[in-house]
Design a binder for this molecule. Structure first.
Ligand SMILES: O=C1O[C@H](COP(=O)(O)O)[C@@H](O)[C@H](O)[C@H]1O
Length: 260
């Protein structure tokens, strides 16, 4: 478990640009060290803001996009191409504009695909795909992702792990079907906390005043069942990337003034 590090940026645009620059560097470094890189994407406003900033960053050409594995932390279980799906939004923000290897873009299953409308079977299928990609040195049933991105909901949810629901209590499976999500759509697929914690680095993104209470709660000792974001951490690094509005209720003692 790595203790959270907090970086506060002036506003959400700067936060997205800085996170994009940070991600480019991380991918390039991982590709240099290990030949390829793996990133887990998140949906939501901040995740898509990061991808859009990456699409506009001149340094994006430093990445070898053909040697990048992309996974998803969660998905809204809807038909392929649905505008509310996280993968549809990611394609629009970035993925359609860079030369990825399609075999390395590991989208979560769609309604109407091999699993029909069975979100639990779809989750098990994605867990099997992750397990097949894990190497012995990863010491887990999922790959040791280089960076796993998470948005933070106003209720402290991360991926599709919502406070008090069964998904956040899961300790064995790496992927679960989510039913009765308080945020539409009600049926989703999500990595679990054990899968999230297999990542080398976990980066949590939150911007805007509607996130301030959630950020303060998760970083002030709340339990992960009540505040799932509190249970999201990486093996070597846990980074909270915030804007000033989202950090407004955090005690200043938690982050250095220089990062504001
Ligand atoms: O529905 C979802 O919401 C969360 C948070 O989204 P935001 O717009 O409040 O930042 C996101 O992290 C998750 O991937 C997505 O499925």
């Amino acid at each position: 478990m790595s203790a959270p590090q907090i970086v506060v940026h002036r506003d959400k645009e700067l936060m997205a640009q800085a996170a994009a620059a940070r991600l480019i560097t991380k991918i390039v470094d991982a590709q240099a060290a290990r030949g390829s890189a793996s990133v887990v994407l998140t949906g939501g406003r901040n995740g898509n803001g990061l991808l859009a900033a990456l699409a506009g960053a001149p340094a994006r050409d430093a990445v070898d996009w053909s040697r990048l594995d992309l996974w998803w932390g969660d998905e809204r279980f809807l038909p392929e191409g649905d505008p509310e799906r996280n993968d549809t939004q990611a394609r629009q923000a970035l993925l359609d504009t860079v030369p990825l290897d399609p075999a390395r873009v590991h989208t979560m299953p769609v309604v109407g695909g091999p699993y029909g409308a069975d979100a639990d079977a779809a989750a098990a299928g994605y867990a099997a795909e992750l397990a097949a990609a894990a190497r012995p040195e990863d010491h887990a049933a999922v790959p040791a992702f280089d960076v796993l991105l998470l948005g933070v909901g106003p209720d402290t949810h991360v991926a599709s792990l919502f406070p008090e629901l069964p998904g956040v209590r899961e300790t064995e499976r790496t992927v679960v079907g989510v039913h009765g999500s308080p945020k539409p759509p009600p049926t989703r697929i999500s990595l679990t906390l054990p899968a999230i914690r297999a990542a080398r680095e976990v980066w949590l993104l939150a911007a805007g005043e509607d996130k301030a209470g959630a950020v303060a709660m998760a970083l002030s000792g709340a339990g992960e069942i009540q505040a799932p974001a509190a249970g999201a951490y990486g093996r070597s690094r846990t980074l909270w990337l915030l804007d000033q509005a989202a950090a407004a209720q955090l005690p200043r003692a938690l982050y250095p003034p220089a990062s504001a």
